[in-house]
Design a protein. Sequence first.
Length: 358
Amino acid sequence: MSLIQQLPPGPLDIIGDVHGEYEALSNLLQHLGYDTEGNHPEDRTLVFVGDFCDRGPDSPAVLALVERLIRAGKAMAVLGNHEMNLLRGSAKDGSGWFFDERQAWDAPKYAPFQRLAAEKKEELVEFLLSLPIGLEREDLRVVHAAWMEKHIQAIRTLPAGSLIDHDNQWNEATHRQASELKAAMLEELETHPPGLEDPQHQPPFMPAHARHDVMMQMHNPLRVLTSGVEREWHGTFYSGGKWRFVGRVPWWDEYEGRVPVVVGHYWRRYDAFDRAQVGKGDTDLFEEINPCAWHGKHGNVYCIDFSVGGRWVARKNQHISASSYKLAALRWPERSLQFDDGHVVSTDAFLETDAGSA
């Protein structure tokens, strides 16, 4: 098995980023018609686009359910950038359920959250290492953040389980190229003692950090496919728990493929909500796109992440409605959306007229 694997035949239900929201996932599966063992009366198959964990109240339960469904042959999944961070041993915002060093830092923002027992960590890592980066068949492609053919081809023949070894190799090669920026980056940090994780202290634009981040992102195929295409930004913004100088761009506007692609990752909004409330200070790539529309140069890319990872904000503030942050599944080939609150929408009704046919 390689890092790019085959989707099964038949109808699919493609579920967006779950981010530890076990209750939302359970509700969605029920609305989709699955029983507790992942069986469906129409013999449908579940497909997950990654980002199962972090921020939400029960990442361990979400991962345990996904693993059980996959091992039973009822589901398939690709890795997201949050799983990649875990496999790299990189403790990021919202990962205190797994990393001891993040627990105290994450508690004011995300607690209460269930933590994974120490004796189960090795087993979880082993499971995640078994998952691919991309899934495909003649009529559909699934990846967490970006289907870039150059980067897909770079990993297509790599065996499942070898992911971290190759990730390390690409990162080491890139670090060697970026070593010339190290001194300049240290000087930039010395001018801003609060560091880059404090949202109350905005740093000046740091050009050496920006050049470094673009290099580290774009020279590693695994980073591109799981966290997207990034370019140097025109200023600073706070997103994902730190100040950033590099922003995501809509790669789908340059996607020439005719096979539809489904992704997660991008915090799409069905209802209007303030992205800054969930720590997203970057540009909303869907600002000019209908909330349920297909998008991209040929209107054949679909982001199925409807921001359920932001529900922690509603738990902390009674004046914010959790209903703005949704978990959704794209039903294929029907192209309809099923939300965890039971709401159903046909995406064909929202195809972008200026993007061509899907």
